[in-house]
Design a protein around this ligand. Structure first.
Ligand code: UT7
Length: 335
């Protein structure tokens, strides 16, 4: 029996900083509203032609690989999480394999929205626990800015999301008291349409119909979010899945050295912090700088926390996410 552990972390965000004031120039919004409701001050948007979902993932992955000390030849498998792939198919996992010059290893693309990184981590953990693989590259990358409705109509969603990528090398750990202790995955498809992009899709409207209709009021290919409903579900599910992870490992809230919540909204993170009576030092947030980067938000935050020396050997880390699907998840890690 093996455990798996994170042996290298990396993240990449585009240079192009988009402030709330920048958004206020192109839609009816303002810095005060965005900061008060979400905590976001700025986010990054790619410049077209400079970055793609794959290229951002590759940049993050290169840093994670280098820090892990594991050579490309030793990487056994790729798990790539995104909701914003370069192509409808194939997914970006194979493009990452090519760009990194990896052997013809398996590449699994997953799309579990804001929970994508924890789902990916769970998959990697299971492959390593069974002994099938030793080193798995987990990448989460999102290019959301090109798919947002940057008009007044889309302001409730478009001010929140940003672009970026995070990556983690997951490797075999012989000491079963260390590494990923457990992961907990959930879904509730009943609420799938409360936060979704419904087109193009074979079950909804395909590209040909969208083009034929040429309807300027068509919003089906922009993200829709029932914000307050998502918020209410998020705070409940975050709490549940954190408790589930703690209980599974006989841990108390006081054992948490660092909670890294998916960066959905600073108000959600603050609500969870207050509910669990955690101090500022026990919760890591960086949504202020990057907005919500969906699957990439946890590995970006995890990498920044590690770079800032906030994660030490022996620490108990809790990762928790909630998002479209609905899906939600947690991971308990002994560093
Ligand atoms: O990552 C996946 C999980 N996602 C989440 O967890 C997000 C959960 N939801 C939220 O974070 C919040 O619901 C939002 C930040 C999206 C929205 O905040 P809210 O407090 O729920 O605002 P609201 O949607 O109820 O809108 C309140 C008002 C409305 O105006 P009226 O009807 O009161 O006149 C909106 O039209 O704010 C207006 N509004 C805006 N005003 C300025 C909506 N978006 C904007 C905007 N700038 N960008």
């Amino acid at each position: 029996m093996y455990h798996s552990k994170i042996t290298g972390l990396g993240f990449y965000v585009p240079d192009n900083v988009v402030t709330n004031d920048d958004l206020a120039k192109i839609m009816d919004t303002n810095d005060e509203w965005i900061q008060e409701r979400t905590g976001i001050k700025e986010r990054r948007h790619i410049k077209r032609g400079e970055d793609t979902t794959t290229s951002m993932g590759v940049k993050a992955a290169k840093i994670a690989i280098e820090r892990s000390g594991i050579s490309n030849d030793e990487i056994d498998f790729i798990v790539f999480a995104t909701i914003s792939p370069d192509f409808y198919f194939p997914g970006p996992g194979v493009a990452l394999q090519k760009e990194l010059g990896l052997k013809t290893i398996g590449a699994l693309d997953i799309r579990n929205q804001c929970s994508g990184f924890i789902y990916a981590l769970s998959i990697a953990d299971q492959y390593i626990k069974t002994g099938m693989y030793k080193n798995i590259l987990v990448v989460a990358s999102e290019l959301q800015s090109l798919g947002l409705d940057m008009t007044d109509r889309g302001r409730g969603v478009s001010v929140i999301f940003g672009d970026g990528a995070g990556a983690a090398m997951i490797s075999r750990e012989e000491d079963v008291t260390k590494g990923i202790l457990s992961t907990h995955l959930h879904s509730e498809g009943e609420h799938a349409k409360e936060l979704a992009v419904l087109a193009p899709g074979m079950g909804g409207r395909w590209v040909t119909e969208i083009l034929a209709d040429n309807d300027p009021n068509d919003e089906s290919y922009f993200p829709y979010m029932n914000g307050q409903f998502v918020f209410k579900n998020a705070v409940v599910r975050f709490s549940e899945v954190i408790n589930e992870g703690l209980q599974a490992n006989n841990l108390q809230v006081s054992d948490i050295d660092l909670l890294i919540p998916h960066q959905a909204n600073l108000r959600i993170s603050q609500f969870i912090q207050q509910k669990f009576k955690l101090t500022d030092d026990q919760v890591f947030n960086n949504i202020q700088k990057y907005g919500n980067t969906t699957a990439a938000s946890i590995p970006i935050a995890l990498t920044e926390a590690w770079e800032q020396g906030k994660i030490k050997e022996g620490d108990t880390l809790v990762l928790a996410a909630f998002g479209s699907g609905f899906t939600w998840a947690s991971a308990i890690i002994k560093w």
